[in-house]
Design a protein around this ligand. Structure first.
Ligand code: ADP
Ligand SMILES: O=P(O)(O)O[C@H]1O[C@H](CO)[C@@H](O[C@H]2O[C@H](CO)[C@@H](O)[C@H](O)[C@H]2O)[C@H](O)[C@H]1O
Length: 459
């Protein structure tokens, strides 16, 4: 990844503060669910920016450096680095209600002897963050902005979500939810950009951003987005598992979900640029998929025996000379955990894209078939996550989802079999990497799909 100012601090950062925090953070960061360098020790740490949000609460951007022996370059690879957003509380004594949020006691530097904790767990800090968003303005390099047409009441009670997340989210009084991005990359985050564009387009399937904050130093980057909370909503993953446990069909829900996905894609194609299909683009796409597979084989050697079969999916895409959908902005990481159902209606959330990919890549125009493939993989995941495995349940959901999509979009993703297979394969490879890094117990789920896809012919 190209180094940017967010990755390369200017060197004039508040070094004494780092003396207080480096040891604590080096230990604490790799244990966080949202830390992308899982399992790799932090070899170096630097402050990119530090802002006192209010006395006793520091906003930090920190750069972590780690040895990525799993990268395609192997054990001799240069250190990789990431930038993370932290909100740290500093107190002499941490009350018992915040014991679980403690990072440790600083033993040196200006904070010597003081306790440091993750301030997002602190209702006072989370409440003050909402106050900042209610009253647009700046704090050092941070800018707080909002849609002035939305009423943001004062004093909404905050609670930090306890979900398995790539970021951290705080719910305010069941009215709003603030996503605080953890891994920060320069540029506008698609999770702000895309929902704003959809709101302008009048699409109501996606909660519209009500407020957000960003930094302008050392580079422009989105730090957090506040949006309406959908009360009583349940995510698609929980609903699918409930339906499997009760031996119920999920085809009506899958059909509606297909329609909702198509509605969002149509709105995105109107709101943001679209690119005509072309054979060179197919070849470039297939090449990128091959490269990702090679890198994944390096990291997860279990993939190696399947690689030739998986590559054949990418070869089939490369040799297509027509019939591929135009590229447009898409969701980019669509799965059952990214859709919420309240009453009979599906909403779509989390337009960040696959968190491990660079921001520029996530903002690229892509085929909407990629999202369809993501959701198809998710039905398979649900069916395989329980015993007995129910492949026919997943198959019926997949068909219903595509039928719903076709009814709304007026084109059927099943009419693009080479593209669909290539994207499903690419997604399964991503999932193998994701599970190997984050949830090794789940690795057999995408590996089973890899086995199927490697031996599959285009249907
Ligand atoms: N607008 C919303 N209304 C209700 N719940 C939400 C909303 N947005 C997110 N959530 C909840 O927060 C969880 C995490 O949100 P998500 O955007 O997927 O975060 P991350 O990118 O960190 O994974 C979701 O699974 C969902 O349960
Ligand atoms: O954190 P995000 O929601 O942005 O997405 C990441 O984590 C997901 C798991 O929480 C992961 O999704 C995979 O597991 C899901 C079941 O837990 C399954 O429904 C998805 O189909 C499967 O891809 C996702 O890949 C990852 O980017």
């Amino acid at each position: 990844m190209a180094k940017t100012a967010l990755h390369r601090p200017s060197g004039q950062g508040p070094a004494p503060l780092l003396t207080s925090l480096a040891g604590l953070l080096r230990e604490w960061l790799p244990r966080q669910r949202w830390f992308a360098g899982k399992g790799r020790p932090v070899t170096d740490l630097a402050l990119v920016s530090s802002t006192e949000l209010y006395p006793g609460c520091l906003h930090l951007l920190v750069r972590t450096e780690f040895l990525d022996s799993r990268s395609a370059a192997g054990a001799g690879a240069p250190p990789a680095d990431d930038c993370y957003q932290l909100l740290l509380g500093i107190r002499k004594v941490v009350p018992p209600r915040l014991a679980h949020a403690v990072i440790g006691r600083a033993s040196a530097g200006p904070l010597s002897g003081l306790m440091v904790y993750d301030a997002l767990h602190d209702t006072r800090a989370a409440g003050l963050l909402l106050e900042r968003l209610r009253r647009p303005g700046t704090a050092g390099p941070l800018r707080f902005e909002r849609d002035v047409r939305v009423t943001l009441p004062a004093g909404l009670a905050p609670r930090l979500l306890d979900a398995e997340q790539s970021n951290s989210s705080v719910v305010y009084g069941d009215s709003f939810i603030l996503k605080v991005f953890r891994r920060i990359q320069p540029g506008i985050n698609p999770d702000l950009e895309v929902p704003c564009a959809l709101a302008r387009q009048g699409c109501t399937r996606v909660p519209a951003p009500a407020a957000w904050f960003r930094t302008s130093q050392p580079q422009e980057a989105t730090l957090g987005v506040l949006q309406p909370f959908l009360p009583g909503a349940t995510d698609g993953w929980s609903l699918a598992l409930e339906s499997l446990a009760a031996d119920r069909e999920f085809t009506d829900e899958a059909y509606e979900l297909g329609r909702a996905t198509a509605e969002v894609h149509l709105a995105l194609a109107s709101a943001l640029p679209v690119d005509a299909p072309s054979p060179p683009r197919n070849r470039r796409l297939a090449e990128a998929m091959r490269e990702r597979l090679d890198a994944a084989v390096h990291s997860v050697p279990e993939l190696r025996p399947y690689a030739p079969g998986l590559r054949s999916a990418f070869d089939a895409l490369a040799s297509l000379d027509s019939g591929v959908r135009p590229a447009q902005r898409i969701h980019g990481d669509l799965h059952l955990g990214q859709v919420l159902r309240a009453g009979q209606r599906w909403s779509v959330i989390d337009f960040e894209g696959e968190p491990a990919r660079p921001l520029a890549e996530r903002r690229r125009l892509q085929s909407p078939v990629r999202d369809v493939a993501g959701m198809l993989r998710s039905f398979d995941y649900a069916a395989r996550s329980r015993q007995p495995w129910r492949p026919e349940w997943a198959e019926r959901c997949r068909e219903a989802y595509c039928a719903g999509y076709a009814a709304e979009a007026e084109w059927d993703p099943r009419e693009e079999p080479e593209l669909l297979r290539a994207y499903e394969t690419d997604r399964a490879v991503y999932e193998v990497l994701y599970e190997a890094r984050h949830r090794p117990d789940w690795l057999p789920v995408p590996m089973a799909a890899v086995g199927r896809l490697a031996s599959a012919e285009v249907r």
